[in-house]
Design a protein around this ligand. Structure first.
Ligand code: HOZ
Length: 428
């Protein structure tokens, strides 16, 4: 695989951007090597600046359920751009996107659009604190809700990958407001409520963990969270930044039949442009300025290009048969990859929920962070590079999710399975 131009750009980038990247997980530090600089994408494929082509399972970390450069999204963005890129004033299409979100998510009566999942989660905490008058938050070790101070405590994703689950620069007093529970362990949550019965404003959870690799919720875990939060006067926040419109059109709350108090979103609702959102019940959302006293604002919130991409994406996703297609594609992939690992006699566990998945170098089961952390990350790194060399792009970290889109064809999947077999054989 040629990497001359990527190598040159990476060196150039490191002179002006910390680590040469604008988000740490892109740096390839966990798997070593040079990240390919991507020149373009089409459907399920991306091409780098050296002309290498890859079948893409990163999907920009989740937003691209339609694949790259879907014609409906491209046309919507081009049309919006021609009319002006930002006004700092209401536009018609933000109403349309908000209506689509409220119609899809049973728990959301009102929704506020922001610019990223980080912003959505950060604000959801402030909202829960404003609503309850309490200060503490419960989060789960290995869950990741973006990089706001109170959420970078025992965090997953890049924070886990790069060994800084609790970031430097977060004041101790502030981190102390974040209580840590164990994912899929309801007793750990109950213990925190026993210790701080009147202080916990909310429990925030990834209903399907995606940021320590995919870990599905254990049977009854989400139901128990709903019960325990309600019994203790705390709010339940579902971080559906990854799962929203991904595991079902109505997100994980529809898939599992749970009604959270607040939902955060991002990724798919922006169709690949920067969008986040938080929403919930009327009485909770009444706290948000200008209706209430909880302040949150943004120059580019509800940006016309971003909401146009979001509306186009959701319009495509709500067509009949789309989620069945995603399910079939993901099943074909995971069955084939699982068989290749079995043939190669490499101990592995593949966790999958709908079109999101992670293959762990771990005999399993992988149902908790402690088990995730027992995975062979060095083997993952070798595997990831062996795939990359053969034209398949997966996340450059064991602790992330992979995604299929409606653009992945059976031929793409079969090619991938063949490549996985070759890669495992080459690894020895
Ligand atoms: N939530 C994404 C990773 N799991 C964000 C990607 C990034 O950190 O760049």
């Amino acid at each position: 695989m040629q990497q001359g131009r990527s190598q040159q750009l990476f060196e150039q980038a490191q002179r002006v951007i910390p680590g040469g990247v604008n988000s740490p997980v892109r740096s390839f530090r966990a798997v070593e090597g040079t990240p390919p600089f991507i020149a373009r994408g089409q459907g399920a494929w991306v091409w780098d600046v050296d002309g290498n082509e890859y079948i893409d399972y990163l999907g920009s970390w989740g937003p691209l359920a339609l694949g790259h450069a879907h014609p409906a999204v491209v046309e919507a963005v081009q049309r919006a751009a021609a009319d002006g890129t930002s006004f700092g004033a209401p536009v018609e299409q933000e109403v349309e996107l908000a209506e689509m979100i409220c119609a899809a998510l049973p728990s959301v009566d009102l929704v506020r659009l922001v610019n990223s999942g980080t912003e959505a989660c950060m604000t959801a905490l402030r909202l829960a604190r404003a609503y309850t008058g309490r200060s503490k938050i419960v989060k789960f070790a290995g869950n990741y809700h973006g990089h706001a101070d109170g959420l970078l405590v025992a965090a997953g994703s890049g924070a886990l990958t790069h060994g800084v689950p609790t970031s430097a620069g977060v004041p101790e007093a502030y981190a102390a407001e974040t209580l840590i529970a164990a994912y899929n362990d309801i007793a750990s949550v109950e213990g925190l409520f026993d210790a701080w019965p009147d202080d916990i404003a909310a429990v925030i959870v990834e209903p399907v963990a995606g940021n320590m690799g995919v870990v599905p919720p254990a049977e009854g875990f989400l139901e128990s969270l709903r019960r325990v939060t309600e019994a203790n006067g705390a709010l339940l926040i579902f971080d559906e930044v990854i799962t929203g419109f991904r595991v079902a059109y109505g997100g994980a709350q529809t898939l599992f039949g749970i009604t959270p108090d607040i939902t955060t979103m991002g990724k798919i609702i922006g169709g690949g442009l920067p969008v986040g959102a938080y929403g919930g019940r009327h009485d909770v959302m009444q706290q948000v300025a200008p209706l209430g006293q909880m302040y949150q604002a943004g120059t580019l919130s509800g940006n016309p290009l971003a909401v146009a991409a979001g509306v186009a994406t959701l319009t495509e996703l709500r067509r009949p048969g789309v989620y069945e297609q995603l399910e079939a594609t993901a099943t074909r992939l995971i069955d084939g990859v699982g068989a290749a690992f079995a043939r190669a006699e490499v101990p592995s566990t593949v966790n999958r929920v709908a079109s999101m998945f992670t293959g762990f170098f771990n005999p399993g089961p992988v149902a908790a962070l402690a088990q995730v952390e027992q995975s062979d990350t060095a083997a993952y790194g070798r595997y990831m590079h062996a795939l990359l060399d053969r034209g398949v792009y997966i996340a450059p970290s064991q602790f992330e999710a992979g995604f299929v889109s409606i653009a992945h064809t059976d031929a793409d999947i079969d090619r991938t399975i063949e490549v996985v077999g070759d890669a495992l054989a080459a690894m020895g």
